[in-house]
Design a protein around this ligand. Structure first.
Ligand SMILES: Cc1ncc(COP(=O)(O)OP(=O)(O)O)c(N)n1
Ligand code: TZP
Ligand code: MG
Length: 229
Protein backbone atom coordinates (compact mmCIF):
# COMPACT_ATOMS: atom_id res chain seq x y z
CA UNK A 1 0.00 0.00 0.00
CA UNK A 2 1.37 3.41 -0.90
CA UNK A 3 1.40 5.66 2.15
CA UNK A 4 -0.94 8.21 0.56
CA UNK A 5 -3.41 5.73 -0.95
CA UNK A 6 -7.00 5.69 0.23
CA UNK A 7 -7.41 2.18 -1.16
CA UNK A 8 -7.56 -0.26 1.72
CA UNK A 9 -8.23 -3.43 -0.24
CA UNK A 10 -12.01 -2.95 -0.25
CA UNK A 11 -13.11 -1.39 -3.49
CA UNK A 12 -16.51 0.30 -3.46
CA UNK A 13 -17.71 0.67 -7.07
CA UNK A 14 -21.33 1.55 -6.29
CA UNK A 15 -21.08 4.99 -7.95
CA UNK A 16 -17.99 5.17 -10.15
CA UNK A 17 -17.68 8.59 -11.82
CA UNK A 18 -15.63 8.73 -15.03
CA UNK A 19 -14.62 12.29 -15.87
CA UNK A 20 -12.19 14.29 -17.96
CA UNK A 21 -12.06 17.55 -19.90
CA UNK A 22 -13.87 15.95 -22.84
CA UNK A 23 -16.87 15.23 -20.63
CA UNK A 24 -16.94 18.32 -18.44
CA UNK A 25 -18.33 21.02 -20.73
CA UNK A 26 -17.27 24.35 -19.32
CA UNK A 27 -17.09 23.12 -15.73
CA UNK A 28 -13.70 22.35 -14.15
CA UNK A 29 -13.03 18.61 -13.90
CA UNK A 30 -11.76 18.89 -10.35
CA UNK A 31 -14.89 20.76 -9.22
CA UNK A 32 -17.16 18.17 -10.83
CA UNK A 33 -15.26 15.31 -9.23
CA UNK A 34 -15.30 17.00 -5.83
CA UNK A 35 -19.04 17.64 -6.02
CA UNK A 36 -19.69 14.06 -7.12
CA UNK A 37 -17.61 12.74 -4.23
CA UNK A 38 -19.44 15.02 -1.78
CA UNK A 39 -22.68 13.54 -3.14
CA UNK A 40 -21.49 9.99 -2.60
CA UNK A 41 -19.49 8.92 -5.65
CA UNK A 42 -17.40 6.03 -4.37
CA UNK A 43 -14.64 6.09 -7.01
CA UNK A 44 -13.47 8.59 -9.64
CA UNK A 45 -11.64 7.95 -12.90
CA UNK A 46 -9.70 10.59 -14.79
CA UNK A 47 -10.36 9.86 -18.47
CA UNK A 48 -8.54 12.26 -20.77
CA UNK A 49 -7.80 10.84 -24.19
CA UNK A 50 -6.39 14.09 -25.58
CA UNK A 51 -4.48 15.98 -22.93
CA UNK A 52 -0.72 16.28 -22.93
CA UNK A 53 1.15 14.31 -20.31
CA UNK A 54 2.16 17.25 -18.15
CA UNK A 55 -1.44 18.49 -17.97
CA UNK A 56 -2.67 14.99 -17.20
CA UNK A 57 -0.28 14.54 -14.30
CA UNK A 58 -1.16 17.98 -12.94
CA UNK A 59 -4.90 17.25 -13.16
CA UNK A 60 -4.46 13.84 -11.57
CA UNK A 61 -2.56 15.44 -8.68
CA UNK A 62 -5.27 18.08 -8.24
CA UNK A 63 -7.96 15.40 -8.26
CA UNK A 64 -6.06 13.31 -5.75
CA UNK A 65 -5.79 16.29 -3.42
CA UNK A 66 -9.58 16.77 -3.49
CA UNK A 67 -10.58 13.10 -3.37
CA UNK A 68 -8.14 11.66 -0.81
CA UNK A 69 -9.57 13.59 2.18
CA UNK A 70 -12.99 12.25 1.20
CA UNK A 71 -11.69 8.68 1.09
CA UNK A 72 -12.52 8.34 -2.60
CA UNK A 73 -9.94 6.52 -4.76
CA UNK A 74 -8.64 8.13 -7.95
CA UNK A 75 -8.17 5.82 -10.90
CA UNK A 76 -6.43 6.99 -14.09
CA UNK A 77 -7.67 5.75 -17.45
CA UNK A 78 -5.09 4.08 -19.74
CA UNK A 79 -1.97 5.70 -18.33
CA UNK A 80 0.11 3.75 -15.82
CA UNK A 81 2.87 6.36 -16.00
CA UNK A 82 0.49 9.18 -15.09
CA UNK A 83 -1.01 7.20 -12.23
CA UNK A 84 2.44 6.49 -10.81
CA UNK A 85 3.64 10.07 -11.24
CA UNK A 86 0.55 11.47 -9.50
CA UNK A 87 0.43 8.70 -6.88
CA UNK A 88 -3.11 7.88 -7.93
CA UNK A 89 -4.83 4.87 -6.41
CA UNK A 90 -5.04 2.89 -9.61
CA UNK A 91 -5.45 2.50 -13.35
CA UNK A 92 -8.23 1.36 -15.67
CA UNK A 93 -7.25 -0.40 -18.87
CA UNK A 94 -9.16 -1.82 -21.81
CA UNK A 95 -8.46 -4.59 -24.28
CA UNK A 96 -6.40 -2.33 -26.53
CA UNK A 97 -4.35 -0.77 -23.75
CA UNK A 98 -1.23 -2.09 -22.07
CA UNK A 99 -1.57 -5.78 -21.16
CA UNK A 100 -2.94 -6.26 -17.66
CA UNK A 101 0.12 -8.29 -16.64
CA UNK A 102 2.42 -5.44 -17.67
CA UNK A 103 0.25 -2.87 -15.92
CA UNK A 104 0.26 -4.92 -12.73
CA UNK A 105 4.03 -5.37 -12.86
CA UNK A 106 4.53 -1.62 -13.23
CA UNK A 107 1.90 -0.66 -10.64
CA UNK A 108 3.03 -3.12 -8.00
CA UNK A 109 0.66 -5.18 -5.87
CA UNK A 110 -1.14 -2.44 -3.97
CA UNK A 111 -2.65 -0.12 -6.55
CA UNK A 112 -6.05 -0.77 -8.09
CA UNK A 113 -6.16 -2.33 -11.56
CA UNK A 114 -9.45 -2.49 -13.49
CA UNK A 115 -10.14 -4.03 -16.89
CA UNK A 116 -12.91 -3.54 -19.46
CA UNK A 117 -14.51 -6.76 -20.70
CA UNK A 118 -17.08 -6.91 -23.48
CA UNK A 119 -17.42 -10.63 -24.23
CA UNK A 120 -17.32 -14.08 -22.68
CA UNK A 121 -14.02 -14.67 -24.51
CA UNK A 122 -12.44 -11.63 -22.85
CA UNK A 123 -13.64 -12.84 -19.46
CA UNK A 124 -12.23 -16.30 -20.13
CA UNK A 125 -8.89 -14.73 -21.08
CA UNK A 126 -8.53 -12.42 -18.08
CA UNK A 127 -6.32 -13.22 -15.11
CA UNK A 128 -8.41 -12.34 -12.04
CA UNK A 129 -5.41 -12.72 -9.71
CA UNK A 130 -3.95 -9.46 -10.99
CA UNK A 131 -7.22 -7.49 -11.21
CA UNK A 132 -9.20 -5.57 -8.60
CA UNK A 133 -12.36 -5.21 -10.69
CA UNK A 134 -13.85 -5.64 -14.14
CA UNK A 135 -16.11 -3.24 -15.99
CA UNK A 136 -18.63 -4.73 -18.39
CA UNK A 137 -19.86 -2.71 -21.33
CA UNK A 138 -21.12 -1.03 -23.24
CA UNK A 139 -24.50 -1.80 -21.82
CA UNK A 140 -26.66 0.89 -23.44
CA UNK A 141 -26.15 3.40 -26.24
CA UNK A 142 -23.99 6.35 -25.23
CA UNK A 143 -22.93 9.65 -26.71
CA UNK A 144 -19.87 9.85 -24.44
CA UNK A 145 -17.73 7.41 -26.44
CA UNK A 146 -17.71 5.83 -29.87
CA UNK A 147 -18.02 2.12 -29.17
CA UNK A 148 -17.08 -0.33 -31.91
CA UNK A 149 -19.53 -2.94 -30.60
CA UNK A 150 -23.33 -2.69 -30.38
CA UNK A 151 -24.72 -2.30 -26.84
CA UNK A 152 -25.04 -5.63 -25.02
CA UNK A 153 -28.23 -4.65 -23.16
CA UNK A 154 -29.35 -5.93 -19.79
CA UNK A 155 -29.57 -9.57 -20.93
CA UNK A 156 -26.05 -9.48 -22.30
CA UNK A 157 -24.88 -7.78 -19.11
CA UNK A 158 -26.47 -10.47 -16.94
CA UNK A 159 -24.79 -13.21 -19.00
CA UNK A 160 -21.37 -11.58 -18.71
CA UNK A 161 -21.82 -10.84 -15.00
CA UNK A 162 -22.50 -14.56 -14.43
CA UNK A 163 -19.44 -15.47 -16.52
CA UNK A 164 -17.29 -13.05 -14.50
CA UNK A 165 -18.59 -14.42 -11.19
CA UNK A 166 -17.89 -17.99 -12.31
CA UNK A 167 -14.39 -17.15 -13.48
CA UNK A 168 -13.56 -14.90 -10.56
CA UNK A 169 -15.87 -15.32 -7.56
CA UNK A 170 -15.87 -12.18 -5.45
CA UNK A 171 -14.15 -9.95 -8.01
CA UNK A 172 -16.04 -6.62 -8.02
CA UNK A 173 -17.95 -5.94 -11.22
CA UNK A 174 -19.33 -2.67 -12.56
CA UNK A 175 -21.00 -1.81 -15.85
CA UNK A 176 -20.70 1.19 -18.17
CA UNK A 177 -22.43 3.04 -21.01
CA UNK A 178 -25.65 4.96 -20.96
CA UNK A 179 -26.48 4.18 -17.34
CA UNK A 180 -28.77 6.61 -15.50
CA UNK A 181 -30.46 6.74 -12.11
CA UNK A 182 -33.47 5.18 -13.83
CA UNK A 183 -31.53 2.15 -15.14
CA UNK A 184 -28.99 1.75 -12.31
CA UNK A 185 -31.26 -0.60 -10.35
CA UNK A 186 -31.64 -2.94 -13.31
CA UNK A 187 -27.85 -2.96 -13.78
CA UNK A 188 -27.39 -4.04 -10.17
CA UNK A 189 -30.17 -6.63 -10.51
CA UNK A 190 -28.23 -8.01 -13.51
CA UNK A 191 -25.40 -8.90 -11.13
CA UNK A 192 -23.16 -5.83 -10.90
CA UNK A 193 -21.74 -4.26 -7.74
CA UNK A 194 -21.84 -0.75 -9.12
CA UNK A 195 -22.38 1.58 -12.05
CA UNK A 196 -19.75 3.56 -13.96
CA UNK A 197 -21.14 6.78 -15.42
CA UNK A 198 -20.03 9.89 -17.24
CA UNK A 199 -23.03 11.96 -18.26
CA UNK A 200 -25.44 10.89 -15.53
CA UNK A 201 -23.27 13.03 -13.25
CA UNK A 202 -21.19 15.25 -15.57
CA UNK A 203 -24.20 16.58 -17.49
CA UNK A 204 -26.40 17.02 -14.43
CA UNK A 205 -27.13 20.56 -13.24
CA UNK A 206 -26.27 19.45 -9.69
CA UNK A 207 -23.55 16.75 -9.82
CA UNK A 208 -23.71 16.07 -6.08
CA UNK A 209 -27.45 15.47 -6.22
CA UNK A 210 -26.99 13.26 -9.28
CA UNK A 211 -24.39 11.14 -7.48
CA UNK A 212 -26.72 10.94 -4.46
CA UNK A 213 -29.60 9.79 -6.66
CA UNK A 214 -27.46 7.13 -8.32
CA UNK A 215 -26.23 5.93 -4.92
CA UNK A 216 -29.78 5.64 -3.62
CA UNK A 217 -30.88 3.65 -6.66
CA UNK A 218 -27.86 1.35 -6.41
CA UNK A 219 -28.29 0.81 -2.66
CA UNK A 220 -31.98 0.07 -3.07
CA UNK A 221 -31.24 -2.57 -5.72
CA UNK A 222 -28.37 -4.09 -3.70
CA UNK A 223 -30.73 -4.37 -0.72
CA UNK A 224 -33.36 -6.10 -2.85
CA UNK A 225 -30.76 -8.49 -4.25
CA UNK A 226 -29.53 -9.39 -0.76
CA UNK A 227 -33.10 -9.92 0.43
CA UNK A 228 -33.68 -12.36 -2.43
CA UNK A 229 -30.43 -14.29 -1.83
C1 LIG B 1 -15.09 1.98 -15.59
C2 LIG B 1 -14.69 1.95 -17.00
N1 LIG B 1 -15.15 0.98 -17.80
C3 LIG B 1 -14.80 0.94 -19.09
C4 LIG B 1 -13.96 1.89 -19.61
C5 LIG B 1 -13.51 1.84 -21.05
O1 LIG B 1 -12.12 1.52 -21.12
P1 LIG B 1 -11.46 1.24 -22.54
O2 LIG B 1 -12.18 0.08 -23.12
O3 LIG B 1 -10.00 1.12 -22.41
O4 LIG B 1 -11.81 2.55 -23.36
P2 LIG B 1 -11.31 4.05 -23.07
O5 LIG B 1 -12.07 4.58 -21.90
O6 LIG B 1 -9.84 4.00 -22.79
O7 LIG B 1 -11.63 4.80 -24.32
C6 LIG B 1 -13.49 2.89 -18.75
N2 LIG B 1 -12.66 3.86 -19.17
N3 LIG B 1 -13.86 2.89 -17.46
C1 TZP C 1 -15.67 5.39 -21.08
C2 TZP C 1 -16.71 4.55 -21.68
N1 TZP C 1 -16.43 3.28 -22.04
C3 TZP C 1 -17.48 2.65 -22.54
S1 TZP C 1 -18.85 3.66 -22.61
C4 TZP C 1 -17.99 4.94 -21.90
C5 TZP C 1 -18.61 6.25 -21.61
C6 TZP C 1 -19.92 6.12 -20.85
O1 TZP C 1 -20.46 7.39 -20.66
P1 TZP C 1 -22.00 7.61 -20.28
O2 TZP C 1 -22.16 7.20 -18.86
O3 TZP C 1 -22.21 9.08 -20.49
O4 TZP C 1 -22.82 6.77 -21.22
MG1 MG D 1 -8.54 2.44 -22.42
Amino acid sequence: MTSDSVYSGFLDLRVYFVIGPGHAGDRPVVDLAGQAAEGGATAVQLRDKAGDTAALVARARALKAVLSPLGVPLIVNDRVDVALAAEADGVHIGQRDMAAADARRLLGPDRILGLTVQSAAEIAAMDPDILDYVSIGGVFATASKQNPHPPIGLDGLARLAVAAAEKAPGLPVCAIAGITAETAGAVIAAGCDGVAVVSAIAAAPDPAAAARGLGAAVDRALGQRRARA
